[in-house]
Design a protein around this ligand. Structure first.
Ligand code: CP
Length: 385
């Protein structure tokens, strides 16, 4: 997108609103729009008019290059998909977190002037249940001006036996820009990304990864502690079935945190020893001096065998309550990706204590972080067109 289109569309809301705001003929604005440049003698008027639209412009924004907030973060983000934390290097992650922080600072309000995704179509394709991820992507897309379709799988032809790939190819023929997919099979979003011509975001695939959850968790931690490097983070509970844990371990390690995993041996995958983490089987040792405790849901629906004696016994040994949080011996904040099983992995007195619980903050941050991810992918699409 040229800088003139960006200013006309994303700051003033199109050619006619720009014409009204500047008191200039629509044909003049159309000329700037088509040519991609705006004569310097008009810059001061545009900078002044943008203020009444709550935008601060400066002369750098009129340079004949692609105007994008990504460039102002100093790194050319060029990834088209978000399938795994492995897709990203450290500068990519810093760019995504900066964009997420930007939208968090804006208080993620719907801003009619922010039309970064105007003209783009997002399809939510969730084959597994979701409240937070699906709704936050829907909100994030709408707040950036996109058209958002959330597929009702129960009412779709998937129920008549259509496969994931046939569904994806059918949707792809409708020319969406981004498909956000959640599926019970690990690797399904990656496979889908090879069959479609749009960006694909993994919203959780089996026990493999949930990269956007890890990004929103990192942004939540950064907002609370002003840093991530050097923090000690304990991820506790059903690690075996947790895509959230796998993405978080990768991301937190990349960002310099010290990661601990705590859980019963039956809920810790054997390969966790290769993940660059410290592993504990009891909360007393594992929680010592932790800055963050990230509790995980016990995923009974993914368990084929009885991996715990009973929920009651599980809570006794691994459920986070006032007694166990005292093992940390320091001020600790508590996270949980949701949905929570109260009285199984976390007590209500911990989950609802706003002095220590970041759980609601994670949900709020999720919308901002997903706005940042959508913005970044959309920007990459535009820059390769
Ligand atoms: N954390 C998370 O993925 O929640 P949902 O299942 O509600 O999307």
């Amino acid at each position: 997108m040229t800088y003139s289109k960006n200013i006309i569309d994303n700051i003033f809301g199109g050619i006619r609103p720009t014409s009204r705001a500047l008191g200039k003929a629509a044909t003049t604005i159309q000329g700037w729009y088509d040519s991609g440049t705006i004569p310097q003698k008009h810059w001061a008027d545009i900078i002044n008019a943008a203020k009444s639209f709550d935008h601060t412009l400066n002369s750098e924004d009129f340079f004949p290059k692609q105007l994008s907030r990504l460039e102002s973060f100093g790194y050319p983000f060029n990834k088209l998909h978000c399938l795994s934390i492995d897709d990203f290097n450290r500068p990519d992650i810093e760019t995504l977190l900066s964009l997420g922080a930007h939208y968090l600072d804006l208080n993620i309000q719907k801003n009619p002037n922010n039309r970064v995704l105007k003209g783009k179509t997002l399809i939510n394709l969730f084959f597994e249940n979701s409240t937070r991820t699906e709704k936050s992507f829907e909100l994030a897309g709408k707040r950036l001006g996109a058209d958002v379709i959330s597929m009702q799988i129960a009412n779709s032809s998937v129920n008549k036996g259509e496969t994931l790939m046939d569904t994806a190819v059918t949707l792809n023929a409708m020319n969406p820009d981004i498909i956000i997919v959640r599926h019970s099979a690990s690797g399904a979003p990656a496979l889908l990304s090879q069959k479609v011509s749009c960006s694909v975001i993994n919203a959780g695939d089996g026990i493999h990864e949930h990269p956007t959850q890890a990004l929103l968790d990192a942004l939540t931690i950064k907002s609370a502690f002003k840093k991530i490097s050097g923090l000690r983070v304990a991820i506790c509970g059903d690690i075996l079935h947790s895509r959230v844990a796998r993405s978080n371990v990768k991301l937190l390690n990349m960002l310099g945190a010290e990661v601990r995993l705590i859980g019963p041996k039956t809920l810790l995958p054997s390969e966790a020893e290769t993940w660059g983490v410290n592993i504990f089987n009891n909360m007393k040792d594992g929680l010592e001096d932790c800055d963050i405790i990230m509790m995980l849901r016990l995923q009974i629906e993914r368990m084929s065998d009885a991996l715990i004696p009973s929920k009651r016994e599980y809570f006794h040994f691994y459920g986070l309550d006032k007694e166990k949080i005292a093992y940390t011996k320091r001020r600790t904040l508590v996270m949980h990706p949701g949905p929570m099983n109260r009285g199984v992995e976390i007590s209500s007195e911990i989950a609802d204590d706003e002095k220590i619980s970041l759980i609601k903050k994670q949900v709020e941050t999720g919308v901002a972080m997903r706005m940042g991810i959508l913005h970044a992918l959309s920007n990459s699409q535009d820059s390769i067109k």
